[in-house]
Write a protein that binds this ligand. Structure first.
Ligand code: 5GP
Ligand code: MG
Ligand code: MG
Length: 181
C-alpha cells in the first residue's frame, strides 16, 4: 500500500481534554441513570473505550455497523445496517457514540432507526464534527470538537482500514480520491 504523509492534527493531550469534558457532561446529565451505550463500528471503538471508563452510571454496551452507498448523495436515505442491534432497547436511555460526523447521513439514519424503538431517550456523542460537510442536519448532544474539512486518521479512524491504532489524530496530507489506496 502507498504510505501517505501524516501531520499531527489533534495530540493525545487535547483528546484527553475532550474526553474529560464529555464524560463530565454525560455524568452530570444522566447522574445514576443506567445507559445503553451504542458504538458505531468500527471507527468509534477507541474513543468509546476511553469514554466509558470515565462514566459513573451503570453502562451496557452494544455496537452497530452501518454502511453508506455514497458520500456525495443529497439524499438522507442511502444508508443500511451491516450489523443491526440484536437487543430490546424499549424504555432505555441510549447514548450513540460516533467518531466523526461528516455529511451526517450515517448518524441521522441511525438516530431515526433507534428513535422508532420506543426508547426513553436517544442522545448522540461524537468526538469530531465537520460542519462544512453537512448534508443532513444532525443535533450532536455531546461534541468533542469541530474540525475543518480534512481527512483524519488515527484514534480509531481509518484510511482503507489502516491507521486505526495510532494514539493521536492525524490529517492525511493529500486527501484520497476514493476510500482505497
Ligand atoms: P457521514 O455519514 O457523517 O458522512 O460519515 C460517516 C463516517 O465516515 C464517519 O462515521 C466516519 O467513520 C467516516 N468519516 C468521515 N469523515 C472522516 C475522516 O475525516 N476520516 C475518516 N477516517 N473517516 C471519516
Ligand atoms: Mg463512524
Ligand atoms: Mg472508515
Amino acid at each position: 500500500m502507498n504510505r501517505m504523509k501524516l501531520s499531527l492534527f489533534i495530540p493525545k493531550t487535547e483528546i484527553e481534554v475532550y474526553l474529560e469534558r464529555l464524560a463530565y457532561e454525560i455524568n452530570r446529565d444522566f447522574k445514576d441513570r443506567p445507559l445503553v451505550v451504542i458504538g458505531v463500528l468500527k471507527g468509534s471503538f477507541v474513543f468509546m473505550a476511553d469514554l466509558i471508563r470515565r462514566l459513573n452510571m451503570p453502562v451496557e454496551l452494544d455496537f452497530v455497523g452501518l454502511a453508506s452507498y455514497g458520500k456525495n448523495t443529497q439524499s438522507c436515505g442511502k444508508v443500511h445496517l451491516t450489523r443491526p442491534l440484536n437487543r430490546d432497547i424499549a424504555e432505555k436511555d441510549i447514548l450513540v457514540i460516533e467518531d466523526i460526523v461528516d455529511s451526517g447521513l450515517t448518524v441521522s439514519y441511525l438516530l431515526k432507526y433507534l428513535k422508532k424503538r420506543r426508547t426513553n431517550s436517544v442522545k448522540l456523542c461524537a468526538l469530531l464534527s465537520k460542519p462544512s460537510r453537512r448534508v443532513c442536519p444532525v443535533e450532536i448532544d455531546y461534541l468533542g470538537c469541530e474540525v475543518e474539512d480534512k481527512f483524519l486518521v488515527g484514534y480509531g479512524l481509518d484510511w482503507a482500514e489502516c491507521y486505526r491504532q495510532l494514539p493521536e489524530i492525524f490529517a492525511l496530507e493529500e486527501k484520497p480520491d476514493a476510500d482505497k489506496p
